[in-house]
Design a protein around this ligand. Structure first.
Ligand code: HEM
Length: 186
């Protein structure tokens, strides 16, 4: 995956656990990269090894870390100059989710070697939808849970997300039930 992803993993671990833990995670993962370059494509194994090593060192399930990472991603990309791109995705949580597939089509213009995930929505009502997530990569469903929570925060919308089908259970892609409501002033 692009270095931007590994940079965001690094940023999250440094912020929450400090520089020494990050150095230990890299050592344990066997990742000998001093500085990740955001626009360089690294083998997926680098990102998976970092998450695996952090999980062991911190004694936290990888799914928990992936969820935290997903939540961090919307903040991180906005800070790193992709805020305008995020904003073109829509002005409401619901609209943004329905446009998610097009977002990565735009992202691919800047990241030519991107292997993007696919997202689509069904059963859409004013307050709920089923989100479908398909990827060539395994095990990133928890990241989607965190991403959706981060997007809820970005749009000041209360969101609940429940996985309904997962590839681990034999489905060909993951699905999530989302319920949401824009926050009203107290
Ligand atoms: C403007 C903001 C964003 C940028 C610049 C961006 C960019 C990227 C990049 C570079 C990757 C690595 C893929 C690769 O290197 O092949 C990635 C992966 C991913 N992105 Fe985005 N992304 C953005 C927003 C989002 C949002 C809002 C979601 C919400 C669901 C999302 C979901 C994912 C997921 C789940 C992956 C993991 C890859 C996979 O499932 O195969 N991204 N993105």
């Amino acid at each position: 995956m692009y270095g931007l992803v590994n940079q965001a993993i690094e940023d999250l671990i440094r912020r929450n656990h400090g520089d020494e833990v990050w150095d230990a995670v890299k050592r344990k993962a066997g990742v000998d990269v001093e500085v990740f370059v955001s626009m360089e494509a690294y083998p997926d194994a680098v990102s998976y090894s970092l998450v695996g090593a952090a999980s062991e060192l911190l004694g936290a399930p990888a799914a928990e870390l992936l969820e935290a990472f997903g939540e961090h991603w919307t903040l991180y990309t906005a800070q790193k100059g992709y805020g305008d791109l995020l904003r073109t995705g829509g002005s409401t949580f619901k609209g943004f989710m329905q446009n998610l597939h097009n977002l990565h089509t735009h992202v691919a213009l800047s990241f030519p070697h991107l292997t993007p995930p696919s997202f689509w929505c069904t059963d859409v009502t004013d307050s709920s939808m089923t989100l479908h997530y398909q990827s060539t990569r395994e095990g990133l469903g928890p990241m989607v849970v965190g991403l959706v929570r981060g997007l809820g925060r970005m749009f000041d919308t209360e969101v609940s997300i429940t996985p309904t089908r997962t590839r681990a259970d034999g489905a060909d892609h993951d699905t999530f039930l989302l319920t949401f409501a824009a926050k009203t002033p107290a």
